[in-house]
Write a protein that binds this ligand. Structure first.
Ligand code: BDR
Ligand code: CA
Length: 303
């Protein structure tokens, strides 16, 4: 089977954890690295959670620490959704010997190295603020031709969760999102219009409960605390958009990001009627087959 080399750039974050689990469950992915970025919680916690997930899954990939704050704005954590530790309050259940080793290189250097040394194009799934990716593309533009696509969870079409118009990842670091959308790299975007449909029901949670393994036990726990605050299991969509494109409806569109201060900061504008006469810069995902999504999540937990 053809394997896609994959870098996961994330801010775990409960749904980021699910994204890692889904990528791990897909034989078509060769996970090269998991990189942390500041977002749902601070960088030390997102890095800890990335190391914990890799350790629990026995993943043989690089774990690297990324940017500790957005390019310009200050840190804006989402602890009310993800818990103070970003892991639903459960990270202290595991001892430090479960953690994967942390690379001496920064996330940006690790991504540059993987991309430049790869003989084939590499996918990047970005499920947190786009700070690391914007820095990578700005400091090392030579990597652009080595990227198959950047599959992003972020933005949305006329919908927001951080403000009425802006989604959390883009609102947290709008300048980074702007840089990425104007980079010329192939982009894929699962925004809130899709990810709020990516939900689970009690039926899936009950199925997961029956698996009785370390991963299923902790997943059910963290999902139960998460579901009370956010129904959308957003981040796995960015993984499935690469491996299971048929699960979605999508269209190539021209997208821009608003960086101006105010309630539209971080908003993704999709030029639906080609008003700007610009070439598409992003594959925008519009809809998801919920049943297939649910099956993919349950399968990912059945380890
Ligand atoms: C996004 O924000 C974070 O809270 C989630 O992990 C997801 O990446 C949803 O807006
Ligand atoms: Ca995230």
């Amino acid at each position: 089977m053809k394997k896609y080399p994959l870098i996961i750039d994330c801010d775990p974050g409960i749904d980021d954890v699910l994204a890692v689990l889904v990528a791990h469950s897909k034989p078509e992915f060769d996970i090269k690295a998991i990189c942390s970025v500041s977002g749902n919680v601070g960088i030390d916690l997102t890095t800890h959670n990335a190391r914990l997930m890799a350790g629990l899954l026995g993943l043989d990939c690089i774990i690297a620490k990324g940017a500790e704050k957005p390019l310009i704005k200050n840190v804006l954590p989402a602890t009310e959704v993800h818990g103070l530790d970003g892991f639903g309050g459960y990270s202290s259940t595991f001892s430090d010997d479960k953690l994967s080793k942390l690379s001496d290189l920064s996330a940006i250097e690790v991504q540059r190295k993987i991309l430049m040394e790869s003989n084939e194009p590499v996918y990047i799934a970005a499920t947190g603020p786009l700070t690391n990716i914007a820095l990578l593309l700005s400091v090392h533009p030579e990597v652009k031709s080595k990227i198959a696509a950047i599959s992003i969870m972020g933005g949305g079409i006329n919908i927001g969760n951080a403000t009425p118009f802006s989604e959390f990842n883009y609102f947290t670091d709008p300048e980074a999102a702007y840089i990425v959308f104007n980079s010329g790299v192939k982009l894929m975007m699962c925004g809130l219009n899709v990810t709020l449909k990516a939900t689970l029901t009690d039926m899936e949670l009950n199925k997961m409960r029956e698996f009785h393994n370390t991963i299923s036990d902790i997943t059910v726990k963290i999902l139960s605390s998460y579901a009370a605050n956010d129904a959308g299991i957003h981040d796995p969509c960015a993984i499935l958009a690469i491996s299971d494109t048929d699960m979605f409806e999508y269209k190539d569109q021209y997208v821009q990001i608003d960086t101006r201060a105010g309630i539209t900061q971080g908003m993704s504008y999709v030029d639906e009627i080609h008003n700007l006469d610009k070439k598409p810069n992003c594959r925008v995902f519009y809809d998801i087959d919920r049943e297939s999504f649910r099956k993919a999540i349950v399968k990912a937990i059945n380890i």
